[in-house]
Design a protein around this ligand. Structure first.
Ligand SMILES: Cc1cc2nc3c(=O)[nH]c(=O)nc-3n(C[C@H](O)[C@H](O)[C@H](O)COP(=O)(O)OP(=O)(O)OC[C@H]3O[C@@H](n4cnc5c(N)ncnc54)[C@H](O)[C@@H]3O)c2cc1C
Length: 389
């Protein structure tokens, strides 16, 4: 009987273990208390203040999967998904800061770093160092492996020259995973991942983009002008960077799914609160069946998206194939986020269109889900490839 109950518990995707629930709730309580009062100001100033970043490190969400022996939380990928969801419910800009740190940077180091690299960088990432992941360039976005940044061997170093674009956390990061080619003729087989530190000669963080949404999250250009990188800073093997990129991004997009369901939940929370208090025609607008049905449909879509995100994350943690599920969850949850935030704006009426109320920001923030870590067309391509071959 006991065994049967346990098995049944495992079958319910949204049924969290005690530890998962406590973790998720503590992250949400933190977000509600510490982040919510700053959301509008951070959006307006397009900046995340350092004291908030310090608190995120103290909370433990900047090193979720790093083993305890290196100062991290020693938790699973699913915990990272829960954290990104809980933070994005309040501010998707903080959600993506934490997402890139965990699902891309730390993930890549855990998977591809050797003992020396792990020992040098994981304790720093757990304590106070923010990471960034630099693949895209002006001429290579969806076609990521057409990148032009070049690395040339010189003595014990690699000399990297190129320009990266759209790099999340660019302003705050001290450690950058930079992808460059060591052999342009070899195509994707020349791509190599390098660990570049702020302060390396020839490395500068350039212009910060002025964006539609997730404005507090910094998105920057990186300039590498004969940047000298020690040989020991190659992550994985030279020429195997395409594997580092593909495998981390396959997992990372589950994190973007989590960001999208979090922000959709945030918009739905606001909309439900608002329709109960706003009165028209002598009653709360929540009393109109049309409004009730719109909310019911939004909640249903959100539940479906959440199941897809949780399933992809749990498959990943179970060591099962998850490529299609990850692409599907990002595709679907970003579309749901756009629809739910749009509905929230509609239900607020004119108040939904102004910055004094929170839903217009979430509507703007939702758009990025269909663009980064592979556009929706690229997710469809991945899914179709699995279907048709
Ligand atoms: C806010 C923000 C943060 C970002 N953060 C990072 C980061 O931290 N690190 C990083 O490396 N990059 C980052 N990016 C870059 C992001 O991943 C790219 O913008 C994205 O991959 C799309 O590339 P692109 O902008 O060059 O668009 P393009 O690739 O030029 O695409 C333009 C359009 O063409 C479509 N398209 C392209 N190829 C095909 C095809 N084969 N079939 C069908 N349609 C196609 C796309 O779907 C899209 O609709 C970020 C971008 C933004 C806006």
């Amino acid at each position: 009987m006991t065994t049967q109950n346990t098995e049944q518990t495992n079958l319910a995707l949204t049924m969290l273990s005690e530890d998962e629930r406590l973790f998720r709730d503590s992250v949400y309580e933190f977000a509600d208390r510490e982040i919510r009062p700053l959301v509008r100001e951070m959006d307006e100033h397009a900046k995340i203040e350092k004291p908030l970043v310090d608190k995120l490190f103290d909370l433990g969400v900047m090193a979720i999967e790093i083993p305890e022996s290196y100062g991290g939380g020693g938790a699973r990928f699913f915990h990272a998904v829960l954290a990104v969801e809980a933070l994005s419910r309040v501010d998707p800009s903080i959600g993506v800061l934490v997402d890139v740190q965990n699902t891309l940077v730390i993930n890549a180091l855990l998977r591809w770093g050797n003992e020396d690299t792990r020992r040098r960088f994981l304790p720093r990432l757990a304590a106070s160092t923010i990471g960034a992941y630099a693949l895209s360039e002006a001429g290579s976005g969806s076609d990521a492996f057409a990148l032009a940044t070049r690395a040339i061997e010189r003595g014990d170093d690699w000399i990297i020259t190129g320009r990266k674009l759209w790099i999340t956390n660019g302003n705050e990061a001290d450690l950058f995973i930079v992808f460059a080619t060591v052999n342009p003729e070899a195509g994707y087989r020349g791509i190599t991942a390098f660990l570049v530190e702020r302060g390396f000669p020839g490395f500068t963080v350039g212009r910060k983009e002025d964006k539609l949404g997730i404005r507090a999250s910094s998105t920057c250009e990186l300039l590498l002008e004969e940047c000298r990188v020690p040989r020991a800073h190659v992550l994985g093997e030279a020429g195997k960077g395409y594997k580092v990129a593909i495998e981390t991004l396959n997992e990372g997009r589950i994190g973007i799914g989590a960001q999208m369901i979090g922000l959709a939940q945030g918009a739905l929370d606001h909309a439900i609160g608002y329709v109960k208090t706003r009165r028209q025609f002598g009653k709360a607008i929540a009393d109109f069946q049309a409004v009730q049905h719109q909310l019911a449909r939004a909640a249903t879509e959100l539940e479906a998206a959440r199941l897809m995100v949780y399933n992809a994350a749990r498959l990943r943690d179970a060591g099962q194939p998850f490529l299609t599920e990850a692409a599907m969850c990002k595709l679907f949850s970003s579309e749901v986020a756009e629809r739910v935030t749009s509905l929230a704006v509609n239900l607020y009426g004119g108040y939904g269109f102004v910055k004094d109320y929170p839903v217009e920001k979430l509507y703007r923030d939702a758009k990025i889900g269909q663009i980064y870590e592979g556009t929706s067309n690229l997710q469809l391509q991945t899914i179709a490839k699995q279907l048709i071959g």
